[in-house]
Write a protein of this length. Structure first.
Length: 311
């Protein structure tokens, strides 16, 4: 209900699927805003108690991101359940601004924000991003707020852009007009561009490599220099962005496997290589460079040659 805070949280809601992976879909910005809600507790809650409750609340909310569990009986009156949280993630008009509870649903029942699951829930944002680019998913709402802020006349109106609802505008109520929420027809199709099977396989194999590098980063982060940490993080972000391009099919697929030949034979001019292809050439070249220099490594040294051949 607060636009600038929603911009930090909306990444979690941008998924048009609803499963356990949705629970892991988090914003890099939210930790810079959630402290505002936690700070008042510092006045009367011991830090150890707060730490336990914070972790329990986060862990509890993992399992409720599922469509497998329908109803858990009387506990639906007390706990936040998959059914209640499905409503929270819906973009149907009846789902908007409902079921805020993390572990308990009693607060929504008390304060009038509870809504039971009724019509089939359509997940995602009211205005879908339609992209798999991680940076775009993270930052697009901030760009929208920035543009709206400068386009809105009046100092008070500019503050309202930040601190009122995402649907607010001059002359509108705090949360905007409900009738402006896009109508759900039930025929909505999640963003899922058609991608050839070999491209899916390519992305899966390279994603597995990135996961292995990420796990190694977590295991060795205390022993690495700041430069190495930043280099690894940058490479992971570059890789995920490149995978996003590939999954959006941002290239002429018949040229995909010719990209490696471009480097060796200069067969295709670089200006004619599609955007996804360019990013993938750059990514693989960077990987080989930093891998050979020792800034990236895997747990099994026997895979070194396989990694180099793969890239």
């Amino acid at each position: 209900e607060v636009n600038i805070l929603w911009a930090a949280h909306q990444v979690h809601h941008s998924s048009e699927d609803y499963n356990l992976f949705t629970a892991l879909r988090q914003s890099i910005l939210q930790k810079y805003t959630s402290w505002m809600l936690n700070l008042p507790m510092a006045l009367f809650i011991p830090p150890s108690v707060f730490a336990v409750h914070l972790q329990f609340n986060l862990l509890y909310q993992f399992w409720i991101h599922t469509e497998v569990i329908t109803n858990i009986g009387p506990l639906e009156w007390i706990l936040n359940t998959p059914s209640h949280h499905r409503v929270h993630h819906g973009r149907n008009p009846y789902c908007i601004d409902k079921n805020y509870g993390g572990t308990l649903i009693i607060w929504d029942r008390i304060f009038g924000t509870f809504e039971a699951e009724d019509a089939e829930v359509v997940y995602g944002l009211t205005h879908p991003v339609n992209s798999f680019e991680p940076i775009l998913l993270q930052l697009r709402p901030l760009a929208h707020i920035w543009n709206t802020f400068w386009a809105t006349p009046g100092f008070c109106n500019k503050l309202s852009v930040l601190f009122k609802g995402p649907g607010w505008g001059p002359g509108k109520p705090r949360l905007g007009f409900p009738e402006e929420i896009p109508v759900i027809t039930g025929k909505e199709v999640p963003f899922n561009p058609s991608v050839p099977a070999y491209l899916n396989c390519y992305a899966v194999v390279h994603f597995a490599v990135i996961m292995e590098l990420y796990i190694d980063l977590l295991a060795t982060v205390t022993m690495l220099s700041q430069e190495s940490i930043l280099l690894r993080i940058g490479f992971i972000i570059l890789s995920l962005t490149s995978f996003g391009f590939l999954m959006e099919n941002r290239q002429d697929t018949k040229h995909f496997f010719l990209l490696s030949l471009c480097i060796v034979y200069y067969y295709v001019e670089i200006s004619s290589v599609p955007k996804a292809g360019i990013s993938e050439i750059i990514r693989c070249s960077l990987f080989l460079g930093v891998y050979k220099l020792g800034y990236l490594r895997n747990q099994l040294s026997s895979l070194d040659y396989a990694y180099e051949v793969r890239y």
